[in-house]
Design a protein around this ligand. Structure first.
Ligand SMILES: CC(C)(COP(=O)(O)OP(=O)(O)OC[C@H]1O[C@@H](n2cnc3c(N)ncnc32)[C@H](O)[C@@H]1OP(=O)(O)O)[C@@H](O)C(=O)NCCC(=O)NCCSC(=O)C[C@](C)(O)C(=O)O
Length: 356
């Protein structure tokens, strides 16, 4: 066979089977547990690349003296890199087939003293499987995932994530009509219902400390006001963010690195990994707060695609501030990432300890 003749080779390719990767919706059953084979060792290189490129420049992750002041023996890995390093090795088994990363909740950081060199093992349990009424060619799967320290077995990070996963065979649905009728056709919390009108006034905290957030909430209380502000920085998505960062965490989803396949998809291009978009937005937010520790995130949603050339900005609303420790208090934030057209691309709530 003459493989160098394009016509001959195309004929050969057309007649051969593709050895497929990943699982379809039908491959998941509720309660099933999957131990993800890829092992990942957290590295200083990947940690610094992730944190630097997403504008997460908090000195405690870079400087030994700042880390010690914050109660660490040495600079730990950044929590966003740790989370992505737990999610990346799951992709081959759970979502490489394609489909949308819809959201995640119950993100919990169990150990933030983790340092480069730690080996991570990851497993997931299928929590639920559901029919998508709007997209018969997909099903909706939610998994509970946990990453542990391979040496000690201690939990590092856990979360529940939901994806649309392609079906082998489409099912008959009502095309989403019943869901639309039942919920008014608006499942997007950022769309702004009529009874969810913006407040009269927005209050900006005076500084980046717990007391500043608590004082701003006090000021807004009993008024038609919210504590909310924009962050100045924006980050344009380039190849490093879109393709390098996910691959560096063993995330094999073609959405982030195969331009050829994605040219035929609704986005028409590769798209940013949800965790990168989120990390950029949280990086903007953290640059305006004296973060002490991350506690967790909930109700994370990815509203629309982010493609190369898009710029990600951040908006934060402060929901609650509770004095929980002598040196820090617990603040609950709602973060929205939005693009250069002011369209929300990510939203989620986050709890963090902020220095007094
Ligand atoms: C997905 C799009 C097209 C839907 O757009 P839409 O307007 O049709 O949205 P919707 O109607 O709100 O949602 C569609 C269906 O999903 C359900 N749904 C929605 N959210 C949830 C949730 N949290 N939990 C459970 N179910 C959820 C929702 O209830 C609905 O069900 P239905 O079909 O039965 O009516 C649109 O929102 C979009 O384009 N989003 C952006 C997606 C994206 O870019 N994600 C990040 C990049 S992909 C990625 O990172 C990949 C990864 C990490 O590597 C990897 O999984 O391997």
């Amino acid at each position: 066979m003459d493989y160098t003749d394009t016509e001959t080779f195309t004929t050969i390719l057309d007649r051969t089977e593709t050895r497929e990767k990943g699982n379809c919706f039908e491959d998941f059953t509720e309660g099933q547990t999957i131990a993800h084979a890829p092992g990942l060792t957290l590295s200083n290189y990947a940690n610094e690349l992730w944190a630097s490129q997403t504008l997460n420049h908090d000195p405690m992750y870079w400087r030994t003296d700042a880390a010690r002041e914050a109660g660490f023996e040495e600079p730990p890995v950044h929590p966003d890199y740790l989370l992505a390093a737990v999610m990346g090795p799951t992709v081959e088994d759970l979502s490489e087939k394609g489909g949308y990363f819809l959201g995640r909740t119950n993100v919990r950081y169990h150990d933030q003293t983790v340092t480069p060199g730690t080996e991570v093992r990851v497993s997931s349990t299928v929590e639920s499987t559901a029919t998508s009424s709007s997209r018969p060619e997909y099903g909706i799967v939610t998994w509970e995932t946990e990453g542990v320290d391979a040496e000690t077995g201690d939990p590092l990070v856990s979360y529940e994530r939901t994806n649309m996963i392609p079906r082998r065979e489409p099912v008959a649905t009502d095309g989403g009509e019943s869901a639309t009728a039942a919920d008014g056709g608006d499942t997007d919390a950022t769309d702004g219902d009529a009874d969810d009108a913006p407040p009269e006034e927005f209050v900006t905290p005076d500084g980046d400390r717990f007391g500043d957030f608590a004082a701003a909430l006090d000021e807004a209380e009993d008024r038609d006001a919210a504590v909310a502000y924009r962050h100045e920085r924006g980050r344009t998505m380039d190849d490093v963010l879109v393709a390098t960062l996910p691959l560096m965490t063993l995330n094999t989803a073609k959405q982030h690195h195969n331009v050829d396949v994605m040219a035929d998809s609704p986005s028409g291009d590769i798209v940013a990994y949800g965790d990168v978009t989120r990390s950029v937005a949280l990086g903007h937010a953290r640059s305006d707060e004296a973060t002490y520790r991350e506690l967790g995130c909930d109700d994370e949603r990815f509203h629309t695609f982010v493609t190369p050339g898009d710029t990600v900005y951040g908006f934060t609303r402060v929901l609650d501030a509770e004095a929980t420790h002598d040196h820090a208090g617990t603040v609950t934030f709602e973060h929205i990432a939005f693009n250069q057209h002011d369209a929300p691309v990510y939203s989620g709530t986050r709890r963090a300890l902020i220095q007094q």
